[in-house]
Design a protein around this ligand. Structure first.
Ligand code: IVH
Length: 668
C-alpha cells in the first residue's frame, strides 16, 4: 500500500516529533542523527512539492517565513508570580516552621526541589496540542507576545504528544546554556558585537529580538517548572506528579528535580546542587522548594506576589559591586600586554576577588571603564573574574581614563600594536624579565618538560634573583643556589635537582611545545615532531615547507620561522641540548605501526582503566592526532562517564562516538 503525500507528511511529522521527544525530553536519542536528518529532509521535500500541506506546527516551520516577533501585550490567564528568597539555614527553618504551622502538622512536609534556573520566565499556551502563544512574564499580570522567537527554541515542542489537555498553559525558564554564552561572547568580543553580561541577560536579550532568525541562532533552551492552567483533564494532587505528566506531553523538565521529605532533606539537596553548580551546563542562582501537595498549596495561599508554599534558597552571588582602584598591565609569555583591574577586595562566587581581567584595550573602550569607577564583577565557576559593567552614575570626579603604556611596564622596551588586532605586545622578547619568567613557567609545566616541584612562586624568586636568566639556566641550577631561596630546605632542593635531571629525558614533541613558540600548542608541536623529525629540520624549515604539513596555517608557520630566525632562541636550544636535554629519535614508522595516521580523535569524560593523558599518548604513538575540541574534522570521540558538551557536540555533528571498551581495543 502506498501512502498519499498527506499521509506520508503526517507520518513523518509524527516520527520526527517522537524523535525530538526522545532527544530533548528523555535525553535518550532514539535514532542516529543521520536518520533524523533524512526524515526531516524528506518532509521538507514533500512540503516543497505540496505547499498546501504545510502547517505552522510542522517541525520544518520553527523559523516561520518573515514573521516578526510582535511584542504585543498579553494578559496572563493567571498572574505569573515571583518567589521569596532565603539566604541561610535560619531563614529556611523559619519558612519551614511557617508552612508546618499553617498546615497544622508537625510531620515532615513533602517538598519538590528544583534548580532555580537563571534565565527568563515564559508562559506557553497550547490549544488542541498546538503551541499558540508564548509570552514573557512582564509585570506578572501582562507580558509580551514572543511566540515567533520561542518557536525557534529547539526543545520547545510545537505540538504536544500523548494525552494532553485541550487547553494548557505551562510556565518555565528560557536560558542560554553556559557554553553557548561563552562562545557567543568570545565571538562578539572579536567582532565588536554586543557582549552579554551574563547568561540571564543573554536569554532575555535573545527573546527580545525582532527577527526570530536571530533568536534561532542563539541556541536557547527551556525547562518547564509549573502548570498554569489545564482544561479537560484529570490532574494529580502532587506538583511532582504534574511535572511528570507535563513531561509526558513532550515538554522538557529539568533532570535535577527531586522529591524529598522534610526541610532537612531540602538542605541536603541544596548542598548537592551547590557542589554540582559549576558542572551543570546551565547557570542557576539557587534552588527552589515547593510544597508537593496541591491541596496543601491551596491551603497555604499567597502573600502579595509570592506563594507561601514555595521558597527560593539562593546560592552565594556570582556578581558583586566594588571599586576599580586602578588598571595595571601584565606581560605574558609571548609579550602580550593584558590590562588587569585591581579591585577593592570583594566576596563573590564563594571567594575574595581583588583582580579581574579586562581582556584588551577594545574591551576597556567597550566598557568605558575608568580608574576609580564603581564596577560590577562577575565570577562564575572557575572562569577568571570579569568586569561586567560600570555604574556610570557613581563615577567620581577624579576618575581617570586608562591608557596603554608606550613602553613595557617591566622592561621598558617599546610596546607595539599588531596590525588589525586588539593586542599590544612588549617588543623585549626574552630580554623582558616578565616574558622570561612566563616562558620558564611554561617550559617546566606538566605537558612540557614536566619538572615536578618547580612552582610558579619559585620561578619568580629565581628570576628575580637573576639566578635564571634563560631557559638553559634551569639545567645549571645547583643545590646551593636552590637552598638559598626562601622556604627551600635541603630535601626539597635535592628533590628538585633530581626532577630537573629527570626532565632532560623527554620527547621531541614535548620539547618543541616547551619552547613556547607562539600559537604552537601540544598538537601542533607533535605534528612538527612527527613530520620534521629532527631539530635541524625544524630550525631550518621555511614557511612554504611548514605550510605543507597537516594543519599548519600561514600564521603559525610565520611564528615558527621567526622564532628560529632569532639567534638567541637558537643559542638557547643549543645550550639545552649541550646540557643534556635529549629525546629518542623519531624513526619512520611503517603503516602497520601507525594504524591511526590521519585520524583526529577527541577524548572526553573519565575512563576507568587509564587517565586521559595516558590514552592520549598511546593514540599519538599510533599516529593519531588527539585534539581537545570536537569539530567537523573529528574522526571519532571516545567518551567515558561524565562526558558533557563535547559528547553533545559530537552527536550534533554526527561524529561517531565510542566507549572505553572500543578505545582499549584500538590501543591494544
Ligand atoms: S516557580 C509561583 N520554579 O524565578 C512560583 N521559578 O523569583 C513561580 N525560576 O520568575 C516561580 N527556576 O523566572 C519557579 N524551578 C523554578 C524556577 C523559577 C527559575 C525563576 C522564574 C521566576 C523567578 C521567581
Amino acid at each position: 500500500m502506498t501512502l498519499s503525500p498527506e499521509q506520508r507528511v503526517n507520518e513523518l511529522r509524527k516520527a520526527i516529533n517522537e524523535h525530538n521527544y526522545a532527544y530533548y525530553v528523555l535525553d535518550e536519542p532514539s535514532v542516529p542523527d543521520a536518520e533524523y536528518d533524512r526524515l526531516l529532509r524528506e518532509l521538507q521535500a514533500l512540503e516543497q512539492e505540496h505547499p498546501e500541506l504545510i502547517s505552522s506546527d510542522s517541525p520544518t516551520q520553527r523559523v516561520g517565513a518573515k514573521v516578526e516577533t510582535s511584542f504585543e501585550k498579553v494578559e496572563h490567564l493567571r498572574p505569573m508570580l515571583s518567589l521569596d528568597n532565603v539566604f541561610n539555614d535560619d531563614e529556611l527553618n523559619a519558612f519551614s516552621k511557617r508552612v508546618n504551622e499553617r498546615l497544622v502538622t508537625s510531620d515532615p512536609v513533602a517538598y519538590v526541589c528544583e534548580p532555580k534556573l537563571d534565565g527568563s520566565a515564559v508562559s506557553l499556551i497550547y490549544e488542541e496540542g498546538k503551541l499558540v502563544k508564548a509570552a514573557t512574564r512582564g509585570d506578572g499580570r501582562v507580558g509580551e507576545d514572543i511566540t515567533a522567537n520561542v518557536r525557534t527554541i529547539k526543545n520547545v515542542p510545537l505540538t504536544l504528544r500523548g494525552d494532553f489537555p485541550k487547553l494548557v498553559e505551562v510556565r518555565g525558564e528560557v536560558f542560554m546554556p553556559k557554553q553557548s554564552f561563552e562562545e557567543h561572547n568570545a565571538l562578539a568580543r572579536e567582532s565588536g558585537e554586543k557582549v552579554f553580561a551574563n547568561p540571564r541577560n543573554a536569554a532575555a536579550g535573545s527573546l527580545r529580538q525582532k527577527d526570530p532568525s536571530i533568536s534561532a541562532k542563539r541556541n536557547l533552551s527551556i525547562y518547564v517548572y509549573s502548570l498554569g492552567l489545564a482544561e479537560g483533564i484529570e490532574l494529580a494532587n502532587s506538583h511532582y506528579q504534574r511535572l511528570l505528566q507535563i513531561k509526558e506531553w513532550g515538554l522538557p523538565i529539568c533532570p535535577e528535580i527531586k522529591c524529598v521529605n522534610g526541610i532537612n532533606e531540602t538542605l541536603k539537596y541544596y548542598h548537592s546542587i551547590l557542589d554540582k553548580r559549576n558542572d551543570l551546563p546551565y547557570e542557576i542562582d539557587g534552588v527552589v522548594y515547593k510544597v508537593d501537595s496541591i491541596d496543601a498549596q491551596e491551603k497555604l495561599g499567597f502573600v502579595a506576589r509570592a506563594p507561601r508554599w514555595a521558597i527560593a534558597h539562593k546560592f552565594p552571588a556570582q556578581e558583586e559591586i566594588t571599586t576599580l582602584e586602578k588598571v595595571e598591565f601584565q606581560v605574558g609569555r609571548t609579550g602580550a600586554i593584558t590590562p588587569v583591574a585591581r579591585l577593592t577586595p570583594v566576596f563573590v562566587g564563594g571567594v575574595t576577588v581583588s583582580n579581574a581581567t579586562l581582556h584588551n584595550m577594545d574591551e576597556i573602550k567597550r566598557l568605558d571603564v575608568h580608574q576609580g569607577d564603581t564596577v560590577i564583577i562577575r565570577r562564575a565557576g572557575d572562569v577568571i573574574p570579569q568586569v561586567v559593567s560600570v555604574v556610570l552614575e557613581r563615577r567620581p570626579e577624579n576618575a581617570s581614563s586608562v591608557e596603554m603604556p608606550t613602553h613595557c611596564p617591566v622592561c621598558d622596551s617599546p610596546v607595539e600594536r599588531e596590525a588589525d588586532q586588539a593586542i599590544y605586545r612588549c617588543t623585549g622578547g626574552l630580554f623582558c624579565s616578565a616574558q622570561r619568567k612566563e616562558s620558564v613557567k611554561h617550559f617546566a609545566s606538566r605537558k612540557a618538560m614536566d619538572i615536578d616541584g618547580l612552582g610558579d612562586k619559585l620561578v619568580e624568586q629565581l628570576s628575580e634573583a637573576e639566578v635564571i636568566k634563560s631557559l638553559a639556566d634551569l639545567y645549571r641550577l645547583t643545590q646551593e643556589q636552590l637552598e638559598s631561596m626562601e622556604r627551600m630546605g635541603e630535601k626539597s632542593a635535592s628533590n628538585l635537582i633530581a626532577a630537573i635531571e629527570k626532565s632532560k629525558s623527554t620527547t621531541f614533541g614535548k620539547f618543541i611545545y616547551a619552547l613556547g613558540i607562539r600559537e604552537v600548542g601540544e598538537v601542533t608541536a607533535q605534528t612538527l615532531a612527527n613530520e620534521l623529525k629532527t631539530i635541524e629540520q625544524l630550525t631550518q624549515a621555511t614557511e612554504e615547507q611548514l605550510l605543507e604539513l597537516s594543519d599548519i596555517g600561514p600564521v603559525v608557520a610565520h611564528h615558527i620561522v621567526s622564532f628560529f630566525d632569532n639567534d638567541e632562541n637558537v643559542k638557547i636550544i643549543e645550550d639545552l641540548i649541550e646540557l643534556g636535554v635529549h629525546w629518542p629519535a623519531i624513526v619512520e614508522k611503517s603503516a602497520d605501526e601507525m594504524p591511526l595516521k590521519g585520524k583526529t580523535i577527541v577524548l572526553t569524560g573519565t575512563f576507568e582503566t587509564m587517565s586521559r593523558n595516558v590514552a592520549k599518548e598511546k593514540l599519538v604513538e599510533l599516529g593519531a592526532k588527539v585534539s581537545g575540541s570536537v569539530s567537523s574534522k573529528t574522526s571519532v570521540v571516545y567518551a567515558g562517564p561524565g562526558a558533557g558538551s563535547k559528547l553533545k557536540k559530537a552527536q550534533d555533528l554526527n561524529i561517531p562516538v565510542e566507549d572505553e571498551e572500543a578505545l582499549l581495543k584500538v590501543i591494544s
